[in-house]
Ligand binder design. Structure first.
Ligand code: FBP
Length: 547
């Protein structure tokens, strides 16, 4: 494999570890835990893994002898910077505990376990991937591990390879499934431990015990670099409004973090839109108002950050999408026989009066996206909707009307961007490189201590790595019951942006100033070598939350 100069230098980087994991380690147990809600229901569904104590690793006076263990690892869902370091942390951790331990990777996600598609990860292979971005060491996939026959197929290969523990690196859904698998293997007394690791650039897998999901730090820094560059371009040419959509699925953490880093003129936060019951027109009016106000100062340029999931948080759009989902599911055949050119009118004629009016007001392309693109569960794939174009077009229409009325005298030319895939496989920042390696190393210790149904946890990460606190959190502790596909299911509670949280409050306190002034910040590219204040800063979100 040909390597860049940075890759070569970066391969030699030794990720930092919490002090407690460097020498001899002992596990201390806290009090019994409870799920965040629906305790009785969760307890009944997880009789073997409910109520377990929190685990904290501490320095021990003398080291323990551990038997060799074979461990399997799976990368699940969307890529996030640092996945390779989780794997190298697991590898180094199990080898430290017993050099005869072995690590197997299941190929292309949970499907690899079910289909018995695997490879042994030896020292040579691991060394090729240390501190690199991507999940390409074994690949990732989105197969859901949820059926008993999948668990049994998995058990066959785990038994054959004498694997005693499986680490699932994933987001909230994958870790929910890890917990269900841990419970299943415990109930069957198969002797296989299952440990989860918190991954997702979206930043929505976090709670009291999990400070952040890995990858959020690096991805936000990459997007902020590029937005910063765009803002400098924007402030140089002074002729475009840039509409920038940012990945993140439902939650607006990425958009909010980027806003805190770059100080754009506008950032929409989906959770606020929902809380204030805003309509699409309210959002458009707000943006147009800022554009018009800047125009009076002669500033016909600016930046607008838009979270990927916005559409689903606009209450009226949410109702429209829900009715469309039901209608199309029930009338799929009839709809498929309608000529493309007549589909829009057909839908307008079938929906309730309120939803029909909203649907009719949407631009042609967006209306089509809402009816055509469904995921395997029958839901609209919101990330495929060009919200940035939709908003820019609607703002242009509103400004044209205001111009007629003499309320807008400026110019309005737009550029559109969508940043998502650009950041998911970036070389992990020092924060993610260290955090991920520590998460993997912690997972090795959870395995050595016989734990199952736990998520690897590393906390206090705004302090120097030496002071980080490593341990394990029972996954059942993060669960509640939610309606999924018409049934109540136990799931890890998703963390959306809290409107009373410090990051949102910091943003809300400054946004009017950022709207009017041009006070852009240009973060520049991630730095891997250099002064610690340049290289090792955690996200603003984490700093504000932990302050
Ligand atoms: P995960 O939740 O699996 O980590 O995925 C994150 C994400 O990048 C979302 O931000 C985005 O909506 C989605 O994946 C895109 O999915 P895909 O990779 O299948 O295009």
């Amino acid at each position: 494999m040909t390597k860049s100069a940075l890759q070569l230098a970066r391969a030699a980087y030794q990720p930092k570890l919490p002090k407690a994991l460097k020498g001899a380690v002992k596990a201390t147990e806290g009090a019994a835990t409870q799920s965040v809600a629906d305790q009785e229901a969760i307890k009944q569904l997880f009789p073997n893994t409910y109520g377990m104590p929190l685990i904290k690793f501490e320095e021990a006076a003398q080291s323990t002898d551990y038997p060799a263990v074979n461990v399997g690892v799976i990368l699940s869902g969307g890529q996030a910077p640092g996945g390779h370091n989780v794997i190298s942390g697991i590898f180094d951790g199990i080898k430290k505990l017993n050099p005869s331990s072995r690590l197997y990777g299941f190929i292309l996600g949970p499907g690899g376990l079910v289909d018995h598609n695997y490879m042994e990860l030896t020292a040579d292979i691991i060394d090729e991937y240390r501190n690199t971005g991507g999940f390409d060491i074994i690949g990732s996939g989105r197969t859901k591990l949820e059926k008993e026959e999948q668990f049994e197929k998995g058990y066959e290969i785990l038994k054959q390879l004498d694997i005693k523990a499986l680490v699932i690196i994933g987001g909230d859904d994958s870790n929910t499934n890890a917990c269900v698998l841990a419970e299943y293997y415990a109930a069957k007394k198969y002797g296989i431990q299952v440990i989860g690791c918190p991954k997702t650039i979206d930043g929505d897998l976090k709670n009291e015990m999990i400070e952040t999901s890995f990858g959020f730090d690096t991805a936000c820094k990459v997007y902020s670099e590029v937005i910063g560059n765009i803002q400098r371009d924007c402030n140089s040419a002074r002729k475009y409004w840039h509409f920038i959509k940012l990945m993140g699925r439902s939650a607006s953490h990425i958009a909010l973090e980027c806003a805190l880093q770059v100080q754009p003129n506008i950032c929409i936060v989906s959770e606020e839109v929902e809380a204030k019951n805003m309509s699409l027109d309210d959002i458009v009016t707000y943006i147009a108002g800022v554009v018009a106000a800047r125009a009076t100062d002669g500033n016909n340029f600016g930046t607008v950050l838009i979270p990927e999931g916005l559409i689903e948080f606009i209450p009226a759009m949410k109702r429209l999408i829900a009715e469309l989902n039901d209608f199309l599911a029930a009338n799929a055949k009839e709809f498929s026989q309608i000529k493309k050119s007549q589909q829009r009118d057909y839908i307008i004629g079938k929906l309730s009066a309120e939803n029909s009016a909203i649907y009719a007001s949407l631009p042609e392309a967006v209306a089509r996206q809402l009816t055509l693109d469904r995921d395997p569960h029958g839901n609209v794939q919101v990330s495929l909707i060009d919200t940035e174009t939709l908003l820019a077009e609607m703002v242009a229409t509103k400004l044209a009307a205001w111009k007629e009325e003499g309320k807008f005298t400026g110019k309005f030319a737009t550029q559109h961007h969508f940043f998502g895939y650009e950041g998911r496989c970036a070389a992990p920042s020092n924060y993610d490189a260290d955090y991920c390696y520590s998460l993997g190393y912690t997972a090795a210790f959870l395995i050595a201590n016989g734990k199952t149904g736990y998520m690897s946890s590393v906390r206090n990460t705004t302090a120097p790595a030496d002071q980080w606190i490593a341990g394990g959190v029972p996954i059942t502790m993060m669960m509640n019951m939610e309606r999924r596909h018409g049934e109540m299911k136990p799931v890890i509670q998703k963390a959306l942006v809290k409107l009373d949280g410090a990051p949102f409050r910091a943003f809300a306190a400054q946004r009017d100033r950022w709207a009017k002034l041009t006070d852009y910040v240009y973060p520049g590219p991630i730095q891997y070598f250099g002064p610690t204040e340049v290289c090792d800063q955690p996200t603003k979100t984490l700093q504000l939350e932990q302050a």
